[in-house]
Design a binder for this molecule. Structure first.
Ligand code: GSH
Length: 211
């Protein structure tokens, strides 16, 4: 039997879960290599040989076999695109279509306008003087979620006709904010979310690092 070519190093964080959902949605087998972040496993050997800055997720793609060195990718979004490259047209619409441009716009919107302020807020969690700054950042993320209602009117998925990268970015961060989102003013996004959160690839990806 062919060995599974992809190792996914990570923990139960948004960036890692997005990578796991991408593998699940692409139906590519991958081996989870769970790291204990509170114990500092990501800052010690052998992991820092893969990623010297000691951050997850990381994938190692052994698909080149014995002839080629493995491909090591240490940025979650580069991992998403690497997974998308394995299954053309599945996680991203094919080139030069208006649907593809919309999928990329929606994907990067969720990264920069929702996930980025959310990460900044999380980084301030231990600073007791930063409560107001955190509130501003979380409100910015929530406002951007509300403004994304228009994306859900165009196609069945935020990525176009198929569930893909934009949906993966959106569903994970909206799940984090689910108790604070004013769902009654975003009915289309709510319908999309209710379906996306129950999707088998999303359910499996969300639990990839549980064991
Ligand atoms: N830009 C990187 C950020 C990676 C990152 O910040 N990972 C976090 C978990 S989501 C981490 O490893 N934190 C542990 C630490 O910084 O000690 C990516 O998108 O992959």
């Amino acid at each position: 039997m062919r060995p599974i070519p992809f190792d996914l190093y990570g923990a139960r964080t948004g960036n890692c879960i997005r990578a796991a959902i991408a593998f699940e949605e692409a139906m590519l087998p991958y081996t989870v290599k769970k790291l204990d972040l509170p114990a500092g496993e990501h800052r010690t050997e052998p992991f820092v040989t893969l990623n010297p800055v000691g951050k997850v997720p990381v994938i190692v793609d052994h698909g080149g076999g014995d002839e080629q060195p493995p491909i090591i990718i240490t940025q979650s979004n580069a991992i998403l695109f690497h997974v998308a490259d394995q299954v053309p047209g599945v996680l991203l619409p094919q080139r030069y279509s208006s649907v593809r441009h919309a999928a990329l716009e929606n994907f990067f919107y969720f990264l920069t306008d929702v996930i980025a302020p959310s990460h900044a807020s999380f980084a301030l969690r231990t600073d007791s003087n930063a409560i107001a700054a955190r509130r501003v950042l979380d409100e910015r993320a929530l406002d951007s979620i509300v403004a994304a209602e228009r994306f859900a009117h165009k196609h069945e998925f935020l990525n176009g006709e198929r569930f893909g990268l934009a949906d993966i970015a959106a569903v994970t961060i909206m799940n984090n904010y689910r108790s604070e989102i004013p769902w009654h003013i975003i009915p289309a996004l709510r319908r999309w979310y209710d379906s996306a959160i129950g999707r088998p690839s999303v359910v499996r990806g969300m639990h990839a690092f549980d064991a």
